[in-house]
Design a protein around this ligand. Sequence first.
Ligand code: ZN
Ligand code: ZN
Ligand code: FE
Length: 753
Amino acid sequence: MDALRSHEPAAVTARLRVRVRGLVQGVGFRPRVYTLAQRHALTGWVRNDGEGVLLEVEGRATRAFLADLAHAPPPLARIDAIEHDPIPTQGEQAFRIDPSSAGAATTRIGPDTVVCDGCLEELFDPTDRRWRYPFLNCTHCGPRYTITRGLPYDRPRTAMAPFSMCEACAREYADPLDRRFHAQPTACPDCGPQLSVPIETVVTALAAGAIVAIKGLGGYQLACDARDSSVVERLRRRKHRDAKPFAVMVASLAAASRIAHVDDQAAALLAARERPIVLLPRREDSGLSDALAPGLDTVGVMLPAAPLHYLLFHEVAGRPSGTAWLDAPPDVAWVMTSANPAGQPLVIDDDEARASLGGIADLIVSHDRGVLVRNDDSVVQADRRGPVFVRRARGYVPTPIHLDRDRPPVLALGGYLKTTICVTRGREAYLSQHVGDLDDHATRRFHDEVREHLLALVQSTPIAVAHDLHPDFPSTRAARSVGLPTVAVQHHHAHLAAVAAEHRHTGPLLGLALDGVGYGPDGTIWGGELLDIDGARYERLARLAPLRQPGGDRAALEPWRMAAAALWALGRGEEIESRFPAERSAPAIASVIERRLNTPETSSLGRMFDAAAALLGVATTSAYEGEAAMRLEALVRRPVTSEAFGFTPEGELDLRPLFERLAGVDAQTGAELFHGTLIHALAGWLEDHAHGRGRSTVALGGGCLLNRVLRQGLVETLEASGLTVLTPRLAPPGDGGLSLGQAWVAAHTVEGS
Ligand code: ZN
Ligand code: ZN
Ligand code: FE
């Protein structure tokens, strides 16, 4: 069946029936087939059906045609398989595109995608009928996931349903050779959605220091001048967001290089059609406000994702024609951040925007196309192996992650923080966009909506539903209410199972889950675990020697509490009060720890980072989970290794000697010592167990892997010792990837029962 390498006499007329599977509908696949058939002088036909695209070609160059199709599919297509069989020739005169067979479901919806080169040319061409039209799109670009209600994918089931096409648009839509052939969201200034405020008004307001709410692809965003500290600080106050970093949008790669250090990998990610926010090292001379990301040396940068974004920069540049101006872009940088009152989901509804953003934004820019489902911007780190997801959403969802083989269809509802949902169908796992922390009613409702939306688009009928082992999570309660058999999955089992799933690793897998917080069945808080997992089962081989966590969950936002626990564990409890004089509960905390009042044990590496950061005076409190650890990482120039660690008789990795060292050094020295020693100790620990069990492959998972120094150090050290190291590449290492691991475990559980 390998078409591409087999040879046959060139002069023989042959007919092939060809099946193409994957994301091949609504992406201009049939026009591409048509064009290629013309080029190779073939006759036959092509059509969409319930399995993808089916076509027959006849002529002398069928093999060359197949090779071209496989090597140069339309930009948004993702081909999973091309299957073909010879059939008798029929001798037609032409090649034709058949209308889609009635009732056939479209197999897959693509993600929302950045404006393509063709549309960008039109956008800046004063002679084009779509000049400066913010809603132009075609089969190669534009919104999909956020405007589609269900399958099959056609205009009545999208947010474009209320807009009827004008004659010119209808002509393009019906022309197989046009870029807009069957482009469901196609529109023009005569027939499509309209912006509520002129572009020039928006740009003037931004230049004057206003905060502007702009309705984007996946919901409202807030924009303001990123160089003006007074407006950035005003935005922070109005949003009640004390320290969380804001991302910045600039016009092009040339502009990104003015504010950040952009290497080749970062450049590729910035320019990728998924258009994520890329976390980059900030330039000293960036001119950006320090209030963007207090205490951090990075900045999240994004290039324009939607035509509207491009038009804002275009306006500042003086409306030049053509695209050359993007190589010498205007010197502006705008904060572009999700418009949501703190902790709540992104605003998508226009009335809601007026009500809840009225107190935040000075100007609200809306339009009359609906957003059917929220979708935040994706956030990635550039790594030498490719992107690492901090948040996976717009541009990547709903592209499936491929499993090793067909697995039973299951639904997984995630954990508590940074929740996502996962639905499987066959060998595809569909991971939802970032939903958020399930601590308020609005986010829980959004969690329900995403579940319904994803199930409608994937058309999977799950036979089991997975949830976290924690009995009281809203996602656990939601799982019980579905009415399917439930599978409870331990948090760190799920973290490593997610890595196994995306790497299609079957059989036992040894790994470290390095994480913030997960429910342990022994009543302690887990998060520094050496596990051996195998499908539905896991075994906890060892853990980090625990510290006490005074105040329970409060400790995650008050790192000084973990430093107090570390000092207490070192027998230096009497130092707590003098080291943390500003903390009102400091004088009493030693006795709280001693008497175990609301003080569970924790083996969480995230809490060990908190302890280190607070001991070194880097951060005594965190505005968001992980802030202290990020500030600590920002101090590291080069990790410094030491032997300041030990092992308990149970084989637990004991960091007390390391804390002892940190208690007597400056912040910079301590940050480098902590990272270097941790890498050395964790890698050696994992290596020993791998050798003991005769394993050559190991896995790393959990939210601490977003620490670049730790991740790269561990991978390099483990690889240098000859091990193959699997890390999360397609799903976030943190709790955003949890549902994928839960689905993997549930599918194995169902298969095993
Ligand atoms: Zn386009
Ligand atoms: Zn039109
Ligand atoms: Fe976690």
